[in-house]
Design a protein around this ligand. Sequence first.
Ligand code: DGL
Length: 257
Amino acid sequence: MSIGIFDSGIGGLTVFREIAREFPLTDIYYFGDTARVPYGNKSRETVIRYSTEAANYLKGFGIEALIIACNTASSYAGELLKSQMDIPVIGVIEPGVEMALRYTENGKVGVIGTQATVRSNAYRKLLEKSGIQVFQKPCPLFVPLVEEGMVEGEIPRLVVKQYLQELVDSGIDTLILGCTHYPLLKDTIKQLYPHLKIVDSSQAIADFLHREGLRFTGEGKRRIFITDESESFEKFKKMLVGNIPLEKVELSEICTL
Ligand code: DGL
């Protein structure tokens, strides 16, 4: 079986790594829209268009399941892609919520993400259905920190504290990292707030796939496509998934406008 994964850029590689580790024989096609990142500050219409183009591109490889490894795209385009595509489409929201429900003991859950993800209230709506009290906060400086590789040390510690202290003071015991870039800041978050249970989309998705009993067999093929060359992508790709070559896709090949 083959699987397609897309994100606006590097963040989804955290999902790629986890899936490659958990399902070694699955053929994986990754699409990172590095020419148009970030999605997190774009309008709903734009995020839907970019997500549809990414999904259609991957569909061309005959993928049998699609993972939306971007919270922004999952929040805005998840339902639409699920209804339009004739293969299973898995976003990050439901797996993240399921994991948070298993983790929380006091029913107070924090959600952090891009402006767009927080504005969409996608996590809040699902969590509140289960009676959870939700505390949300957009953390717009996290993505550039990660893109710059600044994930440890004084500066990320200060930024993390600036955003998260308020949520922690509200008494949350579980924190959903509602952006696929954020797992790279997980160590810093854990050092500052060791009592928090952290939901990382990449583990939540791998768990979800196991529980759904989807059987992925193939030749373990790995291909990574990007829409623009990017130094930080290359660096993170090496760190997260090793020496898989990057393949450039022209936007003109995927754009529908
Ligand atoms: N990886 C994206 C997400 O999970 C965030 C980066 C962006 O704004 O495109 O929402």
